[in-house]
Design a binder for this molecule. Structure first.
Ligand code: BV8
Length: 263
């Protein structure tokens, strides 16, 4: 398949037909137009907070209060944000394709669910789930902010132990949930017998294993598309690259396949 890099200008159409299966990977860029900061852009989150201090197990062990201030601020911000036309376009495509659609997201803001996507794998966790760092209680819904210091696990306390609660987030140096990876792998296995499209949106292609998903998709025979505001680190692995804001590009990219999605 010849590789083409499509630059800004007339947005090409991504053909969706009755045999098309679509695997999407999103990153922070898809939420940028909803007002949520990305990580590595100018003004991004990593400018204010060194990654290793707020998004690693070592950082949490060293200063759990700082980590909870970081995630509490992101919870507070995310609660004020709404899905944008890019999120809604992805929800409309899932409505159209059903089980032939799967959305893996690196985002933890919950906006894909708010937009209506149900077939979502939050491979880096969720801002709105908390778990205990010391016991095996399941992660639980939690949108509280903790300005006065890291919360403790009440179930551990009831057993006379002191353990801190932590955000249910995959930090650097932590494994992704094997069940999430299995779900994505089995979707690719099923899709390889059909016309498979892999679409990455709003991600710098820097963080692994997510940034390697395009290669897995190509190995499954996928036609690969990147929609991003700038060439991502792994842009060379994509057959098509559409440069621009996803809130504008995605509705145009899918065109009539969206049906009557609201802009
Ligand atoms: C792991 C927490 C085993 C959630 C995050 C090879 C294989 C495996 C691992 C590694 C490897 N090499 C190195 C590693 C280690 C590490 C890694 O990848 N390091 C990188 C920095 C080199 N990976 C890990 O540790 C992973 N764990 O594999 O365990 C292991 C462990 C150690 C060593 C080997 C193996 C865990 C990764 C998850 C880390 N957690 N965050 C949170 O707090 O939110 S990662 C963080 O980066 C976020 O999750 C974020 O989603 C993710 C990726 O960033 P992006 O989403 O792409 O955001 P970014 O700002 O970078 O880019 C936004 C893009 O959007 C830009 O390009 C911009 O131009 C564009 N954009 C902006 N506006 C728009 C737009 N595009 C379109 N429209 C717009 N409007």
């Amino acid at each position: 398949m010849t590789e083409t890099m499509t630059t800004q200008g007339e947005t090409p159409r991504l053909r969706i037909d009755d045999d098309t299966w679509v695997l999407v990977l999103t990153g922070a860029g898809v939420s940028a137009e909803s007002g949520i900061r990305t990580f590595r852009d100018a003004g991004g989150l990593w400018e204010d907070y060194p990654v290793e201090q707020v998004a690693s197990p070592g950082g949490f062990a060293a200063d759990p209060a700082l980590v909870w201030r970081f995630y509490s601020a992101r919870r507070a911000k995310a609660k004020t944000c709404a899905p944008n036309p890019g999120h809604r376009a992805l929800a409309a495509i899932e409505d159209r394709l059903g089980d032939r659609f799967l959305l893996a997201t690196q985002n933890v803001d919950g906006l894909h669910g708010q937009a209506g996507n149900r077939r979502v794998v939050e491979i880096h966790g969720s801002l709105f789930l908390t778990r205990c760092s010391g016991c095996t209680r399941p992660p639980f819904p939690d949108d509280r902010e903790y300005p006065d210091g890291p919360p403790k696990c009440d179930e551990c306390a009831a057993r006379g132990r002191t353990s801190l609660l932590r955000p249910h987030i995959v930090w650097f140096g932590e494994m992704l949930d094997p069940e999430d990876l299995l779900r994505i792998g089995s979707f690719l296995d099923q899709a390889r017998r059909h016309r498979l499209v892999f679409l990455a949106v709003g991600t710098s292609g820097v963080v692994y294993p997510a940034a390697g998903m395009v290669l897995e998709a190509r190995a499954a025979g996928a036609e690969t598309w990147l929609v991003n505001a700038e060439p991502a680190d792994n842009a060379r692995h994509f057959h098509h690259f559409v440069e621009g804001p996803s809130g504008r590009v995605l509705p145009a990219l899918f065109g009539e396949a969206l049906g009557a999605v609201t802009r």
